[in-house]
Ligand binder design. Structure first.
Ligand SMILES: Cc1ncc(COP(=O)(O)O)c(C=O)c1O
Length: 371
C-alpha cells in the first residue's frame, strides 16, 4: 500500500456503502438470490476485499470473467460458487483445483467440459449453461441450441447448476431488445432438453434488476451498481457512492491574465487566476479527454479542470476558492465529494465501468467501514 504522504492521490473505498448497495439490490427482488460480479479485480476496487465484504453482507454466489480471477478469489472465499463467465479456458486443472464453475457458452465448451469431467476429474463437475438471447457475445447461439439434443451423453456428465443469459440493453428500459430477450429466454428454456429445463435461471445484471420481476428470475448478477454507478440512468441514482478520488495539490501559482497552461498551451487564463497542479493524470485512469471539460470539487464547490490532462498531473482553477482550504497538501475531489462517478464517465464520453476499472495503482487506497 502506498503511503498517503507519497501518493499523488487518495482513493477512498467505502465498504459500508458497498454492503449497503448489495442490500439495496437484494431488496429489489427478495425472492431471488443476489450474486455479486467481482471480475476485473472487483471493478478495479480489489476483488478480495470486495468479495469478502459482499460475503459478509450475505452474498453467496460470485462471478468473475477468467479462471485466474476465480483462483485468486477462492483464497478469500473458500466455500461459495465462483462462476467463470467467460467459460472454459485451458485444460481444466485450475477449475478443478479451485472448485471453479465455468459458464459454458458454446457446444464446444460443453463437449470439452464433459470430457474433462469423465476422463480427468472422473466426477460430475458444476457448470452454468450460458445461452445467447440477443447480445451475440458469449452464450450458445440460437442456431446451435437444437444441437443440444444430440449432446445428451455430454450433458449427463455435467452437474448443471443454472442457465444464464445476458442483457444487451438493460440500461435503456424502453429498448425493444429487453422484451425480445425476455421472450427469447423463455423460448430457449421451453426448448431445452428435459433435464435442463428446471434449472435456476440467471438473467439480470445491475440495470436488469430494475426492469422488474420478468428480469430478476432466480439468480441476479449485479456488478457496477454495487460499486455505486447508477443502474437507472434516466432516474436518480438509488445506489450509494462507494469511491472518492482525491488528488493532492502539489503547487498553487497565481498567474496573470493571458498566461498559457499545460501541453499545447490549450488553456489561457482569462483573468488573474490561482492555478493548482494536482498529482493525478491519465496514467492514474483520469481520462485525458476531460481536460477543459470536467469539474472537480473542493470544500463542496465546483472548480474547472483547465488545460490538458498530463500523464501524472492536471490543473484546476481555484481562483474562486478560499485559500484557507486550497493550499499545497490539500486535496481536490475528482470523483465523489459532490462529483458523481456517472457524471465523470459521461463527460469523458464513456461509462462508469471504464472509469472504475481504469483506476490506477498509484493511489493510497483507504478501505473504510465494512458490512
Ligand atoms: C455476463 C455478465 N453478467 C453480469 C455482468 C454485470 O453487469 P453490470 O456491471 O452491468 O451489473 C456482466 C458485466 O459485464 C456480465 O458480463
Amino acid at each position: 500500500m502506498i503511503n498517503s504522504e507519497l501518493a499523488g492521490g487518495i482513493l477512498d473505498i467505502n465498504l459500508s456503502a458497498l454492503a449497503e448497495n448489495y442490500r439495496i439490490l437484494c431488496a429489489q427482488a427478495p425472492a431471488s438470490e443476489c450474486g455479486g460480479v467481482v471480475k476485473a479485480d472487483g471493478y478495479g476496487l480489489g476483488a478480495g476485499i470486495v468479495g469478502q465484504t459482499l460475503y459478509d453482507a450475505g452474498c453467496r454466489t460470485f462471478f468473475v470473467a477468467l479462471p485466474a480471477e476465480g483462483a485468486k478469489l477462492r483464497q478469500v472465499l473458500p466455500n461459495v460458487p465462483i462462476i467463470i463467465l467467460n467459460g472454459f479456458f485451458g485444460d481444466g486443472s485450475l477449475y478443478l483445483e479451485h472448485g471453479l464453475t465455468p459458464a459454458l457458452g458454446s457446444l464446444d465448451d460443453i463437449v470439452r467440459w464433459s470430457d474433462f469431467c469423465t476422463k480427468t476429474a472422473k466426477q460430475k463437475l458444476p457448470a452454468y449453461l450460458h445461452v445467447d438471447t440477443g447480445i451475440s457475445r458469449l452464450g450458445i447461439p440460437p442456431h446451435d441450441l437444437p444441437k443440444l439434443q444430440e449432446l445428451a451423453t455430454q450433458i449427463e456428465a455435467i452437474d448443471f447448476k443454472a442457465v444464464m443469459t445476458h442483457l444487451a440493453c438493460a440500461d435503456e428500459p424502453g429498448h425493444d431488445m429487453n422484451e425480445t430477450q425476455c421472450q427469447n429466454f423463455d423460448d430457449v428454456l421451453n426448448a431445452l432438453p428435459r433435464n435442463l429445463k428446471n434449472l435456476p435461471r440467471s438473467f439480470a445484471n445491475s440495470s436488469g434488476i430494475f426492469l422488474g420481476p420478468d428480469y430478476q428470475r432466480d439468480i441476479m448478477r449485479p456488478g457496477v451498481a454495487l460499486y455505486g454507478a447508477n443502474p437507472t440512468p434516466d432516474k436518480p441514482n438509488p445506489m450509494q457512492d462507494v469511491i472518492e478520488l482525491k488528488g493532492k495539490i502539489m503547487q498553487v501559482d497565481t498567474l496573470d491574465k493571458g498566461t498559457t497552461v499545460g501541453y499545447g498551451s490549450a488553456y489561457v487564463t482569462s483573468r488573474k487566476e490561482r492555478i493548482a497542479k494536482i498529482a493525478i493524470g491519465y496514467a492514474d485512469g483520469y481520462p485525458r479527454n476531460l481536460g477543459g471539460i470536467a469539474t472537480a470539487a473542493i470544500g463542496g464547490k465546483r472548480v474547472p479542470v483547465v488545460g490538458r490532462i498530463s500523464m501524472d498531473m492536471l490543473t484546476v482553477d481555484l481562483t474562486d476558492i478560499d485559500e484557507e482550504i486550497s493550499r499545497v497538501g490539500d486535496y481536490v475531489h475528482l470523483i465523489g465529494g459532490g462529483v458523481p462517478l456517472d457524471e465523470v464517465a459521461k463527460a469523458a464520453g464513456t461509462i462508469p465501468y471504464e472509469i472504475l476499472t481504469s483506476l490506477g495503482h498509484r493511489y493510497h487506497r483507504n478501505y473504510l467501514g465494512g458490512a
